[in-house]
Design a protein around this ligand. Structure first.
Ligand code: ATP
Length: 260
């Protein structure tokens, strides 16, 4: 996507503490439509906390959350969903004993009168999977228990997209996958962005990050060390940002977390 896409989400000066422990310090973060923004950082850097603030799971203590240039107050996942923000978690929260359609509509089932509108749900599920060019599942009435890790991840992502999401945040989507399945999921991640969705990818895997990301945001000890275009940095510069919060080669413009 173009370098000039206007951010759909802009966080400015976000602080977040849990009791006496401040986990996020003055964090600014932009998420742009049509782009994959990788969110990287060491264990405990604050990645999950940051996305949970975006997703309405944790209230922010201070700073501004702008969505499409308007300041918003997101107090619950429902508020986030109303904006079109969905998070796909590492543990996926899929129900093994339900099929793909049932999982995709879990808690938001379509009804016709008092009965479930299975035909509409099936049609919407199939359309969403088709739209993402997902051909890895054989039947949408297949139980999720029988799916591979990659297929499960695909269903979880499709579930997030089903609701006309504008922002999809993926927490380590390839962490438990083998090589081939990782490639498939990364392809899907790229396709989401190519369809105009603003995608955030939390990942510890630099190969994944460089394979699909347009931008990379590095958190270090709860501060945004840098947010840069992926094409402007090397693998080792990103590793340096993750491990020390700075990269000498990048200079000051990015060391303060300024978005380029
Ligand atoms: N609900 C909570 N209550 C108290 N402390 C928390 C809570 N959630 C996270 N923390 C703390 O906040 C810090 C950042 O954690 P967070 O999970 O956001 O990091 P992360 O970058 O996602 O790490 P990882 O890569 O290991 O998942 C950690 O020190 C963690 O212990």
């Amino acid at each position: 996507m173009t370098a000039t896409a206007t951010p759909i989400v802009q966080l400015r000066g976000i602080d977040k503490s849990f009791g006496p422990v401040q986990v996020l310090h003055d964090v600014s973060f932009d998420i742009r439509p049509g782009e994959v923004t990788a969110l990287v950082g060491d264990n405990g850097a604050g990645k999950s906390t940051l996305v949970k603030c975006i997703g309405g799971i944790h209230p922010i203590d201070g700073g501004a959350y702008l969505f499409e240039d308007e300041q918003v107050h997101v107090h619950s996942p429902r508020d986030a969903a109303a904006l079109g923000v969905e998070i796909v978690y590492q543990d996926l929260a899929l129900c093994d004993n339900l099929d793909i359609v049932q999982n995709m509509f879990l808690g938001r089932e379509k009804r016709r009168g008092l009965v479930l509108d299975d035909a509409t749900m099936e049609e919407m599920a199939a359309k969403t999977l088709d739209g993402l060019s997902v051909r890895t599942v054989t039947s949408i009435r297949q139980q999720v228990a029988s799916l591979s890790g990659g297929q499960r991840q695909t269903v979880a992502i499709a579930k997030a997209v089903l609701w006309n999401s504008k922002v999809v945040i993926l927490d380590e989507p390839t962490a438990a996958l083998g090589v081939a399945q990782t490639a498939q999921v990364l392809e899907l991640v790229r396709r989401l962005a190519d369809n105009g969705i603003a995608v955030v990818l939390i990942s510890h895997n630099m190969n994944d990050v460089f394979a699909v990301s347009d931008r990379i945001a590095a958190l270090y000890l709860g501060r945004m060390a840098a947010q840069v275009k992926a094409s402007d940095v090397t693998y080792s510069q990103v590793v340096e940002l993750i491990t020390s919060g700075r990269s000498g080669d990048l200079g000051l413009a990015t060391a303060n977390g300024v978005t380029l």
